[in-house]
Write a protein that binds this ligand. Structure first.
Ligand code: SF4
Length: 336
């Protein structure tokens, strides 16, 4: 594929999006951006990224941040284990590597939250290592380029595509090459719909161009149906304070704050027997995680007496500034 990387990089130089993590290739900045972008869209990640970097401008600052403050900085981004792993890795980098990320593809992968993909992204973008970075975008581009019908969810397909990407990669600009492949997938070789083949910089290299496979590929299995869980969320209010409690330290949304929640859909009548005060139904809300859906029903209970339940009573202002409340519960937060 002579000329492939030159065509791709020329397009990238002219058309890449201006993004805050592309302002410079400091390893810490690249690392934070790669972790944030794993399960978050670019436009949603930008304000979080800027706030995170301005409050925690160095690996040392991240290693020392209070856990609750870290959760607050991550509030709304979801997949909180990413933040927990970031801090755990920062502590190891400070203790074992003098506060600097190691410029080594294999050594990077001993750090919590850094797998092969993230190590190759940090390695190539920040340190110029010739390691191909293969995410979902790149798998799609390669499947179409090669007109491959291999199932991209299979480890052996990923391995073969990673080897293929290594043969295409420009060793003089590995970080730019990897970002260009991902950018091509995000902006031109689009998922869920027709790719923009007419403006694709590598169309002359593409085996799928002009065929139905340009849209149909890649091959991947149907996602299994999510488990549905019914929950009742209670916004208990007493003298302008709300009750929140901490979730268990393991499992979904570990260690985050929540409104008291119980399994199943409770009825207003049942709650009237349990609580003294006025009860207002807040309606049904759904929150979707990767493998599970929460079908929630909410009630605001303005209590005459403060119920003796575990947790912390906070004002709206305290909740906003000090406690990390996941989006699922935030759906009931401002409802009167
Ligand atoms: Fe994707 Fe079309 Fe470009 Fe092929 S020509 S890589 S299918 S956008």
């Amino acid at each position: 594929m002579d000329g492939f990387s030159a065509a791709l990089l020329a397009w990238y130089d002219a058309h890449q999006r201006i993004l805050p993590w592309r302002e410079n290739t400091d390893p810490y900045r690249v690392w934070v951006s790669e972790i944030m972008l794993q399960q978050t869209r670019v436009t949603a990640a930008i304000p979080y990224y800027e706030r995170f970097l301005s409050e925690l401008p160095s690996i040392r600052a991240l290693a020392e941040v209070d856990d609750d403050r870290l959760k607050k900085l991550w509030e709304g981004l979801g997949y909180y284990s990413r933040a927990k792993n970031l801090k755990a890795a920062a502590v190891r980098v400070v203790n074992e590597f003098g506060g600097k990320l190691p410029a080594d593809f294999k050594v990077l992968q001993i750090l919590p939250g850094i797998g092969e993909y993230t190590a190759s992204a940090i390695g190539s973008i920040a340190f110029g290592l010739p390691t191909p970075t293969v995410d979902g975008n790149v798998l799609r581009v390669l499947a179409r380029l090669r007109r491959s019908h291999a199932d991209i969810s299979k480890p052996q397909t990923k391995r073969a595509f990673t080897e293929d990407a290594a043969t295409l990669l420009d060793p003089a600009r590995p970080g730019d090459f990897n970002q260009a492949m991902m950018e091509l997938g995000a902006m031109v070789c689009l998922p869920n719909g027709a790719p923009l083949c007419d403006v694709c910089p590598v169309r002359s290299f593409c085996a799928s161009r002009g065929t139905e496979d340009a849209t149909a590929l890649p091959v991947k299995p149907e996602k299994p149906a999510r488990t549905v869980k019914q929950l009742t969320v209670l916004v208990l209010v007493h003298e302008n304070k709300m009750l929140i409690r901490r979730r268990p330290e393991s499992g979904l949304l570990a260690g985050m704050w929540e409104f008291p929640t119980c399994e199943g859909h409770q009825k207003k009548k049942e709650l009237e027997q349990e609580f003294e005060g006025s009860i207002t139904p807040l309606g049904r809300k759904t929150h979707i995680f990767t493998h599970i859906e929460w079908h929630m029903i909410g009630f605001r209970i303005t209590c005459e007496k403060r119920p003796a339940l575990p947790g912390v009573w906070v004002t709206e202002e305290e909740l906003s500034s000090q406690y990390a409340l996941p989006v699922a519960f935030g759906k009931y937060r401002h409802m009167k």
